[in-house]
Design a protein around this ligand. Structure first.
Ligand code: TYM
Length: 331
């Protein structure tokens, strides 16, 4: 079992990232060799501010470590420091098909009506993601539901490459997605939209850097409906905001949705929301204070990331060499 996953270093780490990915990565560290990276090459597919990218990478690395990723157990690195990622991605561009990429919902969502004006990188983004995964022969890729399609595409690319070049090189990976709300944490403003760092409203998400007061305020203002909470999970269907908030509470406390409903059945959000805010603060406040500690030592963060990229480069080298070999570019 080998675990690989990444996160784009743009914007703040939010509750969706934490429940959908990072806190699940933390739990996998004792079960398998894990590689976690800051996907800074992926960040180039949309507009970036060159003067801020380096700081964003460090900030996200600090957030991961504060959340419990242990650089002594896991290999933590920046994607751009391991040249094998873009090298393999280029080789895989010959394998991926236009039709496959055209079907990617993230491409459709992000490009919207502006396909002609979008970067080529935004379109071929999932091929780089496939390289990220296949380079390390990852068996498990812990991600949120929104990345499932990209991991499935990675499987298709792996299988086609192996078949086309008659090799047994790439391991088709499994998307490893959390259950319940963790798979897809929704916006606090609209229960039909996922919580996202690109939502223009900061009130739609809880960030790792939010103060206790701000968490309380965001939960108080979170969209809900006028009904009290039901005693049965199926009665949450058709109530997306209620379902999301109850699901978040369950994830954060470790209780099941049924247990949460047993406790709050018949009560309105006036009673539930303060309990949810308290549970979130209990989870996030200790991570936030650790983040503040790690931020104070950027040199140490750089050292950790450098050491991570050296180890990742070593693991990636034989796979990359075999890929060159397979396509006839023996070096
Ligand atoms: P990114 O940076 O958008 O998100 C990082 C991780 O957080 C998960 N996530 C969510 N999970 C549940 N609910 C949400 N609302 C939510 N929002 C985000 C994402 O599914 C992801 O697991 N393309 C990737 C980064 C990447 C990658 C990879 C991942 C690059 N190469 C190789 C895995 C393997 C991305 O943009 O994630």
């Amino acid at each position: 079992m080998r675990v690989v996953s990444g996160i784009q270093p743009t914007g703040d780490l939010h509750l969706g990232n934490l429940l959908g990915a990072i806190l699940r990565w933390v739990r996998m560290q004792d079960e398998a060799q894990c590689l976690f990276f800051l996907a800074d090459l992926h960040a180039l597919t949309v507009e970036v501010d060159p003067s801020r990218l380096g700081a964003s990478v460090r900030e996200m690395a600090a957030a991961l470590i504060a959340s419990g990723i242990d650089p002594n157990k896991s290999i933590v690195f920046r994607q751009s420091a391991v040249a094998a990622h873009p090298e393999l991605a280029w080789i895989l561009q010959g394998t991926a098909r236009m039709g496959w990429l055209n079907r990617m919902t993230q491409w459709k969502d992000k490009a919207g009506k502006n396909k002609e004006g979008s970067s080529v990188g935004l379109f071929t983004y999932p091929v780089l993601q496939a390289a990220d995964i296949l380079l390390y022969k990852a068996t498990h890729v812990p991600v949120g539901e929104d990345q499932k399609q990209h991991v499935e595409l990675t499987r298709d690319i792996a299988l086609k490459f192996n078949t086309d070049f008659d090799v047994d090189l790439f391991v088709p990976p499994e998307p490893y997605i959390g259950g319940g709300t963790a798979a897809r944490v929704m916006s606090l403003r609209d229960g039909n939209m996922k919580m996202s760092k690109t939502d223009p409203s900061d009130m739609s998400r809880i960030n790792l850097t939010d103060s206790d007061e701000l968490i309380g305020q965001k939960i108080r203002k979170a969209k809900t409906d006028p009904e009290p909470l039901p005693d049965d999970e199926s009665a949450l269907d058709g109530r997306p905001e209620a379902k999301n908030l109850v699901g978040i509470y369950a994830e954060v406390t470790g209780d099941s949705v049924e247990q949460v409903l047993q406790r709050f059945a018949g009560q309105g959000f006036g009673a539930f929301k303060p309990a949810l805010a308290d549970a979130l603060i209990a989870l996030l406040a200790p991570l936030r204070s650790r983040l503040e500690e790690f931020r104070k030592d950027p040199a140490e963060l750089d050292r950790l990331l450098r050491s991570g990229s050296e180890r990742a480069t070593e693991i990636a080298a034989p796979t990359l060499a075999a890929a060159y070999d397979a396509v006839g570019l023996t070096r």
